[in-house]
Structure formats: structure tokens, C-alpha cells
Design a protein around this ligand. Structure first.
Ligand SMILES: Nc1nc2c(ncn2[C@@H]2O[C@H](COP(=O)(O)OP(=O)(O)O)[C@@H](O)[C@H]2O)c(=O)[nH]1
Ligand SMILES: [Mg+2]
Length: 291
């Protein structure tokens, strides 16, 4: 994997952390009624956790495509259809959209209906639904928990972080939520997946060896799928051929005043491109474009 620094905080430590996470989840397994599987709507394939079955078995689940407001709606719809065709319950949300949150809550209780009815027949009280929230770093787990809780109970941020403990968060909707205790990742076995994850801040900045790979990846995706955005934001003329790295950086360097000694300031430009995504200047995109 050329974009990850080796022997540092590299991807080598992920498997160990993931095993720890899996064990923590197993401790609570009996208590979990339902799983929210969060994937980033801009990379619905690359952000899916591998071997989820090994963690959650046959627990009922809802696939939640997060950050709907940042994705291209047409491709997003194709992904929803794709997941539904696989037999999954799937929904796309913008965490700040009230309607989306209502739909998610309704779907959650719908899935629990049979169980609740059985309890009623037995004369038992309605159950508060216990939901495990799973997803890669930065996908929006804490934001969703906070949103349902109606206040800030879980830490959020546009940087991947780790908390190694189990905590259930109460919400106002007869739902209790458990955040991913630790870190989960897809298999980082392809450059494409690794670059997509880096482009959307799912891996720490510090473990990326070469930021220009990530930044140029972003330019190439825009050229291929969203050419008008490439032109608008960077003044680069889209092409059916391969983009030329030097050429692109020269254009961007001049446009944004990021030149040094008549050469593009590569570091500055890399940061600029990556931050354009992070700061939501470039939106309406799906990088896993072919469903
Ligand atoms: N635009 C947008 N940003 C979101 C959404 N959900 C989360 N975010 C942002 O994504 C970043 C990571 O969110 P966080 O909840 O900390 O992710 P976690 O690492 O999975 O817990 C934060 O900057 C959030 O504000 C959403 O639906 N739309
Ligand atoms: Mg979090």
C-alpha cells in the first residue's frame, strides 16, 4: 500500500485494534437488537466494513448512507437500489435534516414491530431498542448519536479518533445507542479503496505517505465523473485522456497563488485540494461511481 507509511502508525496497527473492537462488541452482543451500518454516501463501496457478518452475525440491520447532502443524488439513489436489491434495509440521511432523522426512527421501530408485538402478547413492556452503530472513522457515527440524543453526548470531529470503551447513549426516541467501541475498517487491499478513504478523511493524515497521490486522485475522479466541478473549482479543462499531474498543479498553483520560484507549491496545493473536500467546497459527488 504505497499511500500508507510503513512501521509508523501505519495500517499495520488496524488489525489489532479491530480485534479489540470485535471482542468489545461481543461482550454486548446479547443486548443488541439492531445494527446501524453507516457508510459514507460518497464512497458506499469503499467505506463498507469488511467481514461485518463476523461481528454482527444475523442481527437485523439498516444500511445508512451518511452525508447525503454532500453526495450526488442520482448516483446515491442507484446505491440505495443496489442495497435494497441485496435485501438490506437502506436509507440515506443528512444528519441535520429532520425528515431524514424521522424516517430513520420510523424504519427502526418498523423493524422492531414483530418483536414488540410478541412482547405485548406475553404481557411484557415495550422494549427500548438497543442499536449498535457501526462504521469507519469519520462516517458520522457520533453526529448521528448526538442528533438522536438531542444533545452532544458523543465527541465529533472531522478527524478519525478512537475510544476504547463501551457506552450506551440514551435518546428521546425509545432507542439506546452504542457507538463503535474502537476502530473498524474495510479491507485496505486496493489502492482505490485506500485513496478513497484518504480523500474523505477516514484515515489519519499522519499515516498518508504521499498527499499528492490523494489530491491527484481527487482531481482524476472529478475529471472522470464531475468534469464541470473540475473546471469550476480549479480552472482545469476536463479531458477524456489522462490528466497531466504537472499541468494540473501549474494551473492550480497560478489560480490560487500557490507558486514558489515559478514552480507549483506541491504541499500547499495538496492541502488545498484535500481541504476543499473536507470543508465541503466540493460536494455533490460520489467517488464509487459505478454501482
Ligand atoms: N455535511 C455533513 N456532515 C456530516 C454529516 N454527518 C456527520 N458529518 C460531519 O462529519 C464529520 C465526522 O463526524 P463524526 O460524527 O465525528 O464521525 P465518527 O468518527 O463516525 O463518529 C464531522 O465533521 C461531522 O460534522 C452529514 O450528514 N452531513
Ligand atoms: Mg465518533
Amino acid at each position: 500500500m504505497i499511500i500508507m507509511k510503513e512501521n509508523k502508525t501505519s495500517i499495520n496497527w488496524y488489525p489489532g485494534h479491530m480485534e479489540k473492537t470485535r471482542k468489545l462488541i461481543l461482550q454486548e452482543y446479547r443486548n443488541i437488537d439492531l445494527v446501524y451500518e453507516l457508510v459514507d454516501a460518497r464512497i458506499p463501496r469503499s467505506s463498507k466494513i469488511s467481514n461485518l457478518y463476523e461481528i454482527i452475525g444475523t442481527k437485523p440491520k439498516i444500511v445508512i448512507l451518511t452525508k447525503k447532502d454532500l453526495a450526488d443524488p442520482i448516483t446515491l439513489e442507484k446505491w440505495l437500489v443496489y442495497y435494497r436489491n441485496l435485501g438490506s434495509k437502506a436509507i440515506a440521511i443528512d444528519v441535520n435534516n429532520e425528515e431524514d432523522i424521522k424516517s430513520l426512527i420510523n424504519l427502526t421501530h418498523e423493524l422492531m414491530k414483530e418483536l414488540q408485538e410478541k412482547r405485548e402478547v406475553k404481557g411484557l413492556k415495550r422494549k427500548v431498542v438497543r442499536v449498535l452503530v457501526l462504521g469507519i472513522p469519520n462516517v458520522g457515527k457520533s453526529s448521528l448519536i448526538n442528533r438522536l440524543a438531542g444533545k452532544k453526548v458523543a465527541k465529533t470531529g472531522n478527524k478519525p479518533g478512537i475510544t476504547f470503551h463501551l457506552s450506551w447513549y440514551k435518546t428521546k426516541h425509545d432507542i439506546i445507542m452504542l457507538d463503535t467501541p474502537g476502530i473498524l475498517y474495510p479491507k485496505l487491499d486496493s489502492e482505490e479503496v485506500a485513496r478513497n478513504l484518504a480523500a474523505f478523511s477516514a484515515v489519519k493524515y499522519e499515516v498518508i505517505d504521499d498527499l499528492s497521490e490523494v489530491a491527484f486522485h481527487i482531481l482524476k475522479k472529478l475529471n472522470r465523473y464531475y468534469p464541470e466541478k473540475l473546471r469550476e473549482r480549479y480552472g482545469i479543462e476536463p479531458t477524456n485522456m489522462e490528466l497531466d499531474f504537472e499541468e494540473c498543479y501549474k494551473i492550480i498553483g497560478k489560480k490560487f497563488g500557490a507558486m514558489r520560484n515559478f514552480e507549483p507549491d506541491y504541499d500547499k496545493i495538496n492541502n488545498r485540494i484535500i481541504n476543499d473536500i473536507k470543508n465541503e467546497y466540493i460536494k455533490g459527488i460520489v467517488f464509487d461511481n459505478e454501482v
